[in-house]
Design a protein around this ligand. Structure first.
Ligand SMILES: C[S@@+](CC[C@H](N)C(=O)[O-])C[C@H]1O[C@@H](n2cnc3c(N)ncnc32)[C@H](O)[C@@H]1O
Length: 231
């Protein structure tokens, strides 16, 4: 189910995107941070260790640090982690680390909460999901938000999402500068070689690797998987 994934290219893309980004532009509402509240609601009541995979510039890790005693936030891109550190100097309980999560080893049951936002489409699900499961403590929660590939049957949701997106951009983003043309071009070039799972592929993968997981479709071209490890 997974296409060939070139980690060097992904890393280079995000290094370039980070170099072209600005803090004010990154404060804009987007289709990922719209779901931050939902993802925070999935954090277990008692959360000592949390892991974020593909933390980007640390926006969610900073929120997560109010709910977890310690956050380990990993990202493949050194330039992105540099920005995350610069923007998080007051957040002493977050450790940002430049790392490809796939070869990285974790202790079994190390984390009470593991989260990943718009990142898992960059890696084979059949490799990363068992790894996340092993690293999750019993009773801990795995929360994934990612982009799905649209089918013709998703057309009506797509139309609603397009209208709501225009409205949200107007309401939420008028006070923040738009990304520069260079930054937009870098993102478009990255997206051109991204590939996504369809919702039915996501359901199929969960049946195999995460039986009992709750899979939801969200409006802005995203799905979520929430899975709690049995005690
Ligand atoms: C689309 S960005 C999302 C960033 C952030 N989660 C957000 O919501 O803004 C995907 C991030 O995943 C990181 N990434 C991709 N593959 C990775 C891997 N194998 N290990 C760690 N990070 C990875 C990229 O460097 C990039 O920063």
């Amino acid at each position: 189910m997974s296409a060939h994934i070139d980690m060097g290219m992904i890393q280079a893309d995000f290094d370039r995107i980070a170099q072209l980004s600005s803090e004010n532009t990154d404060k804009r509402w987007n289709h990922n941070n719209h779901y931050h509240r939902f993802l925070l609601e999935q954090v277990p009541a008692r959360c000592t260790h949390a892991l974020e995979i593909g933390c980007g510039t640390g926006e969610f890790a900073r929120l997560l640090s109010s709910k977890a005693e310690h956050v380990l936030a990993l990202d493949l891109s050194a330039q992105t982690i540099k920005l995350a550190c610069e923007r998080s100097t007051d957040f002493t309980t977050i450790d940002f680390d430049v790392a490809d999560v796939l070869p990285r080893t974790f202790s079994p049951e190390q984390f009470d909460y593991i989260v990943s936002i718009a990142t898992l489409h960059h890696m084979p699900m059949e490799v990363i999901l068992p790894k996340m499961k092993d690293a999750l403590a019993k009773g801990g929660t795995l929360a994934i938000l990612d982009i799905y590939k649209m089918r013709f049957s998703d057309l009506y949701v797509n139309l609603i999402a397009i209208s709501m997106n225009l409205l949200m951009q107007r309401v939420k983003n008028s006070r923040y500068p738009a990304a520069s043309p260079e930054a937009r071009a870098a993102m478009q070039e990255h997206i051109a070689h991204d590939s996504y799972l369809t919702l039915s592929q996501v359901h199929q993968i969960c049946q195999t690797h995460l039986p009992g997981a709750r899979v939801r479709r969200h409006l802005f071209w995203r799905y979520s998987i929430v899975w709690t490890k049995p005690q």
